[in-house]
Design a protein around this ligand. Structure first.
Ligand code: ADP
Ligand code: MG
Length: 310
């Protein structure tokens, strides 16, 4: 297989965008100076999100490129799910080394295109550049009914706190293979009125803290109810690992009780892990009414020693 330096930008773009299907809302996809789509209906809001994966920070070249492509799109789809929306279009910016094999780029795009197809998110453009390491930046747009967008800022004292799936499996490889919780999010927003939601990407406690800060309240969590993945290790480790891409959300108690009864996804765990309090801060309940305040530890860029591969 040739290196990209022998293929050239325009042939590469043609290769990568082969077989991408359009739909009725796309007037022009790949192939002009900008993509053109029809505006959505007036009762919908637009959502926009972008995420970047950088070689040796988020992934290694030895990892399967299909899975890296899948993840590059899935992290943004998880953000769309966390707003209560559904995906629409995506744009992909690539930085690729000139000596990279064409096969690598093709495999990366196979993963991307398959993921886009699976979640009804159409690739309508991108940008392709030479760089010293592989960089993949995916922008995703989506829509949400204007009365159904779920923010981090709506949690209320007394709300019950829920999380889908389990946490702590990221480091053992699930961070490359997770599925964004779009179906679960659609079910939740169609049938319940969620007060706040976030996707868990930086660690359970840190992302819960984002809800608490945005909502000016606190929370008490029952550590025994936190759903740990197999092999996740201690609660502290699992809650700080990040890259779980589960939905963390809050609901009023009557809605929460109904949700526990009506959850329709037998293969996705649903856990009620605690409640929102008027007093600020995050605490773990210790049994017999005692609580212990904790400081969230999670992933943060620019902190040495806290990236996935360092
Ligand atoms: P311009 O120079 O006008 O920005 P480009 O030559 O960069 O145009 O891109 C030509 C077309 O190919 C555009 O429609 C652009 O969106 C698309 N494109 C470029 N790179 C990618 C990519 N990596 N993935 C998908 N589409 C791409
Ligand atoms: Mg361009």
């Amino acid at each position: 297989m040739p290196e990209l330096s022998q293929v050239g930008e325009f042939k590469l773009i043609r290769e990568l965008s082969r077989g991408i299907s359009a739909n009725a809302s796309i007037i022009k996809g790949i192939g002009d100076d900008a993509a053109v789509t029809v505006p959505g209906s007036p009762d919908l809001c637009n959502l926009f999100t972008v995420d970047m994966l950088i070689e040796n920070i988020h992934f290694r070249r030895s990892q399967p490129p299909e899975l890296v492509g899948r993840k590059a799109l899935s992290v943004s789809l998880s953000d769309i799910a966390a707003m209560g929306g559904r995906p629409g279009f995506c744009l992909v910016s690539l930085g690729l080394p000139a000596d990279l094999d064409l096969d690598y780029a093709r495999a990366l795009y196979r993963g991307l295109r398959a993921t886009a197809r699976r979640w009804n998110c159409t690739l309508i453009g991108g940008d392709t550049n030479r760089s010293l390491r592989i960089i993949i930046s995916v922008s995703v747009s989506g829509t949400v009914r204007s009365d159904r967008a779920v923010y981090r800022s709506g949690a209320k004292p007394g709300d019950q706190i829920f999380i889908t799936g389990s946490i702590g499996a990221g480091p053992s490889g699930r961070h490359l293979r997770f599925s964004p919780r779009l179906k679960e999010s659609a079910f939740l927003t169609e049938n319940f009125s969620l007060n706040a939601m976030i996707d868990v990407s930086d660690g359970l406690f840190q992302d819960l803290s984002h809800i608490l800060e945005a909502s000016f309240c606190g929370a008490v969590i029952d550590p025994k109810r936190i759903p740990l993945a197999k092999g996740a290790g201690s609660l502290e480790k699992a809650a700080a690992a990040g890259e779980d891409f589960e939905l963390l959300f809050t609901l009023s108690p009557d809605q929460g009780d109904r949700l526990m009864k009506d959850w329709p996804f037998p293969r996705v765990r649903l856990s009620r892990i605690g409640s929102i309090t008027a007093g600020r801060g995050l605490s773990l309940s210790q049994g017999s009414g005692r609580v212990r305040k904790i400081k969230p530890q999670g992933f943060s860029h620019f902190k040495p020693g806290r990236t996935w591969f360092e």
